[in-house]
Design a protein around this ligand. Sequence first.
Ligand SMILES: Cc1cc2nc3c(=O)[nH]c(=O)nc-3n(C[C@H](O)[C@H](O)[C@H](O)COP(=O)(O)OP(=O)(O)OC[C@H]3O[C@@H](n4cnc5c(N)ncnc54)[C@H](O)[C@@H]3O)c2cc1C
Length: 419
Amino acid sequence: MPSTHAAASEVLVLGAGMVGVSTALALQQRGHAVTLVDRRPPGQETSYGNAGIIQREAVEPYAFPRDLRTLARIAAGRSNDANYHWGAIGALLPALFRYWRASAPVRYEVIARAHSRLIEHCLDEHAGWIESAGAWGLIHKDGWRQAYRSQRAFDEAAGAALVVAARHGLAATVQDAAALAAAEPALKPGLAGAVHWGDPWTVRDPGDLVARYADLFVQRGGASLRGDALSLQPAGSGWSVAGDDGVRVQGRHAVVALGPWAQGLTHALGYRMPLFVKRGYHRHYAGHGGLRLSMLDVERGVMLAPMARGLRLTTGAEFARQDAPPTPVQLDRAERSARELVQLGAPVEPAPWLGARPCTADMQPVLGPAPRHPGLWFNFGHAHQGFTLGPVTGRLVAELISGETPFIDPTPYLAHRFE
Ligand SMILES: Cc1cc2nc3c(=O)[nH]c(=O)nc-3n(C[C@H](O)[C@H](O)[C@H](O)COP(=O)(O)OP(=O)(O)OC[C@H]3O[C@@H](n4cnc5c(N)ncnc54)[C@H](O)[C@@H]3O)c2cc1C
């Protein structure tokens, strides 16, 4: 338990997704009086709609594809990993260009090293909050699978996975078609094999885990305020934000943890960072299709995740304006692909869920002090791994605010890199 810090103060945490709630808990643990601000109850946006994997294996962030074959497939609309709205591409181009450059092998290697330094703490940091929140009942510790249809893709991926696993001390088991069929007897034939990552944990209701963490925060005396983060203003030597009742709450510090909405606030404050979103869809189908573990059908770009509400199919990236109307073509294809693999029940919801991964051009979150606003702190941009990383970067930001020696060197993630 970290000791209560001498300079404990009032802190506003804007955004109650996995990142904001984890930050609030870590600040509270250090003796700060924390108000968690959201326009909705905790954990009902991106941190609700994801695939629910605490991805200990995700030591390498998602790079922009650089091989011509993949790019051609995406451009021709033949890859289900990506869909794009032509009308949005112009606005996205500067950030996407930087993303492409950051994905060049030499730069990417440096980025992946920084990413893995965050990822390696994810299980330990979650474990502490899961234990305190009494939420072990939501957690499954059996890992998940990346499955392949073609022998060639399977052989390539299996070789690469074993290299990553050896380098990072991760558990990866290569399962051929027979081994996969034995492990998942309900699967229909047609898969060449899978890589089973043994370390990650899966959560059958990701939004509920965030809600449990938020309950713990409130039980420990934390304040929860319904309000609009865009009402943030300087106030004295700190910041204030308005609740829905119009009453302003003040804090010496404010932390922006607004996930894919962070740019609305940071842009208004004058920051120009290469942020963009990769939209994603999900839908539940009755039953679990007999599937024991979550499984990514890699070549069809669909995750099949057994969840409390049914089998949740989640999709890859859609490059579009965050607020553009839904175009769930990837989900339609995902559903067809999933039916080839499992007995899929009827859809649970009348329409798919749509959310947005909060991405940065260099695949790293943005955290630490706002470069030009004393008392303002950032913690957003966790892209594909915010559910995994919330407790890790939450602790890091809490340590920085408290003046403690951070447990991870924050330099690669500071907003100053974009100034
Ligand atoms: C399909 C899909 C699958 C994914 N799978 C995984 C996975 O398996 N593992 C993983 O680690 N990650 C996964 N991710 C990524 C992960 O979900 C995100 O990185 C993470 O949820 C981001 O958390 P956050 O707290 O930053 O944002 P959010 O959870 O979106 O929280 C932001 C909060 O800010 C609030 N807010 C926004 N604007 C305002 C405002 N003006 N005023 C007040 N409040 C406001 C929102 O209501 C929200 O509660 C997936 C994402 C998608 C889309």
